[in-house]
Design a protein around this ligand. Structure first.
Ligand SMILES: [Zn+2]
Length: 302
């Protein structure tokens, strides 16, 4: 039997990870976003997700949520590379879809907000029972799940001149890093090392406790409020660039060393964005894959 590119990727990357022990780029944030989302799916949507996942995922959406980062440089998928982020005008601190959602060559809709619209629309064919053979529903699910994480990472919606903080080189405590990577991964890894015995599942428990019964439990209905699935990603991107300006770039320039005060004040923001991404992904999947427009659009957190 011929392997699909997805199967081939998974088997190749498993060998690679066994040999080198490497971690995927920002895998913790994506895994937590997808685990939160899957736990909030209504039964009908949960069943469709299980059906769309390949058998080797063993029903676990989060096991494939970093797949789009891994294949973005493959020839077949190079077109997806601009879909992970948005470059906005320096110091403007807003996102405007018509102005900013394009690839570096100006091709329209080629940005993370456009990608969420596109893959949401592809997945909606599944519910209508008109599964369009032009689209690979499994890939659409994985892309939507991944990009809902990316759009909530504040520095994925950043300034054009520094490529979302990628060219702002600095020190994170004692080692070299850059501002984009601080928000993608360093803050999460430092939190895990300092407070969670390097265990992502313990960190996830704390994040979930915050929105089930804690500081954010009253905010869920505003997070999931969305009159029109097409325009909501624009709101999420606008939130991200506002946070990037207020907390990401603030007081940071090339060559600085970021330590405790930056970490302690930004860590709660990263955790909240992970939670929002997960809750909103569940809301999207429930509305697209099941007939669900009730309440907050997610299963009750337990
Ligand atoms: Zn990505």
């Amino acid at each position: 039997m011929k392997m699909s590119s997805l199967q081939l990727f998974v088997s190749m990357s498993m060998v690679f990870m066994l040999v080198t022990g490497v971690h995927c780029w920002s895998k913790e944030g994506h895994i937590m976003t997808c685990q939160i989302a899957q736990s909030l799916l209504k039964p009908e949507a949960a069943e469709v997700v299980r059906h769309l996942l390949p058998p080797y995922a063993d029903g676990d959406l989060s096991s494939l949520c970093t797949w789009p980062d891994q294949i973005r440089h493959w020839h077949k998928y190079q077109w997806t590379s601009p879909l992970h982020f948005i470059d906005t005008p320096d110091n403007d601190c807003t996102f405007e879809y018509a102005r900013d959602c394009h690839d570096p060559h100006g091709k329209k809709n080629m940005c993370v907000a456009g990608a969420i619209q596109n893959f949401t629309s592809q997945l909606s064919h599944f519910k209508e029972g008109t599964a369009d053979r032009r689209y690979n529903m499994t890939e659409a699910l994985l892309f939507l799940s991944h990009f809902m994480g990316d759009i909530h990472q504040p520095m994925h919606i950043g300034y054009t001149s520094d490529r979302g903080g990628n060219s702002i080189e600095l020190h994170w405590f004692r080692h070299k890093s850059n501002l984009h990577h601080v928000w993608d991964r360093e803050i999460i890894l430092t939190a895990e090392a300092d407070y969670y015995e390097k265990d992502t599942s313990l960190l996830l428990q704390d994040i979930e406790a915050n929105f089930t019964d804690g500081a954010w439990s009253d905010d869920i209905s505003s997070w999931t409020h969305c009159d029109d699935l097409d325009s909501c990603p624009t709101k999420y991107a606008d939130e991200s660039i506002a946070i990037a300006c207020k907390y990401g770039y603030k007081g940071v320039e090339s060559g600085v060393t970021l330590v405790d005060d930056y970490f302690n004040s930004r860590m709660p923001i990263v955790m909240k964005r992970v939670a929002q991404g997960g809750v909103r992904l569940a809301m999207f999947l429930n509305r697209v894959l099941a007939d669900d427009d009730q309440e907050h659009g997610i299963a009750s957190p337990t």
